[in-house]
Design a protein around this ligand. Sequence first.
Ligand code: NAG
Ligand code: NAG
Ligand code: NAG
Ligand code: NAG
Length: 260
Amino acid sequence: MHFSTIISTFLTLGVSSVLAAPTTPSFIDTTSSTGNYQDVSDYFNLLAKKALNSHFMSVAPVCDVNSAVMSESPVPLEPPTAGLTLHHVAIGRGVQNYTCANSSSAPEAAGAVATLFNATCLASTHPEIANILPSVALKFDLSDGDRNSAFPRISLFPSNLAVSGKHFFNSDGVPFFNLDTPAASYGKASCAKDAAESAPDTAAKGQKGENAVAWLRLNTTDDGTTGSIKQVYRLQTAGGSPPASCEGMDSEFSVQYAAQ
Ligand SMILES: *[C@@H]1O[C@H](CO)[C@@H](O)[C@H](O)[C@H]1NC(C)=O
Ligand SMILES: *[C@@H]1O[C@H](CO)[C@@H](O)[C@H](O)[C@H]1NC(C)=O
Ligand SMILES: *[C@@H]1O[C@H](CO)[C@@H](O)[C@H](O)[C@H]1NC(C)=O
Ligand SMILES: *[C@@H]1O[C@H](CO)[C@@H](O)[C@H](O)[C@H]1NC(C)=O
């Protein structure tokens, strides 16, 4: 399958608000499974349908964040605490880190780092695309844009969502979301895990066939949080889980993942 052909077709169709990257990262297919192509193919089919439908729409879609609907894991996480409203939807793309004590131990979680891309409008207008995007984006490495450009831009291929923040673990090992960027100051969220539920069996595997990490609900804590964010959900996960055993693994390693 020739993605570059499909992509240039879409650019000709004028779907440049969804597809436009200065460089095209290669498709990663280390598992050689046809399921790998399926998600990417579904994604472009969805875009094609939207592009055709948009010809019949008389007004541009309104990005009303209140119309976004949260996906549910097989065992649903608690809904947001009463009184809270949805503030921002992001697609996170990065790595989960693990450490290994010795070859007979099990890998231990050691934080994560991910770039967050603004999917608020996408989740409000085209939730199916926002839901499949983590799986599709994991099939490509994060692109740092045109390296020869004076303004390289990190991009979440094959979308062109703008960066809205950064997820990492701080020096105390606390999951942290920094949503202050030149585009907006949504605040910094210092979090504690509230609950975890397994991803659906159909969740996208990682670049080397790794299972999808759990779906989570996190609460913010007073320590280091600015702005008004109270809860963070990690949904629609793709990849990110470690192997069951440390055998053959380095003492520190990272597993690629993506999530909504
Ligand atoms: C391997 O590491 C685990 C976890 O730290 C430890 O409990 C175990 O004793 C270690 N085994 C060996 C053979 O060193
Ligand atoms: C995770 O590993 C990456 C390298 O893959 C590194 O850049 C990052 O600092 C690590 N983050 C944490 C929290 O350990
Ligand atoms: C994210 O997208 C929403 C909806 O299009 C927009 O209102 C908001 O300003 C964007 N935020 C950032 C940080 O780009
Ligand atoms: C997270 O916040 C909710 C709502 O305040 C609360 O019910 C729940 O116990 C909190 N979880 C933790 C682990 O503190």
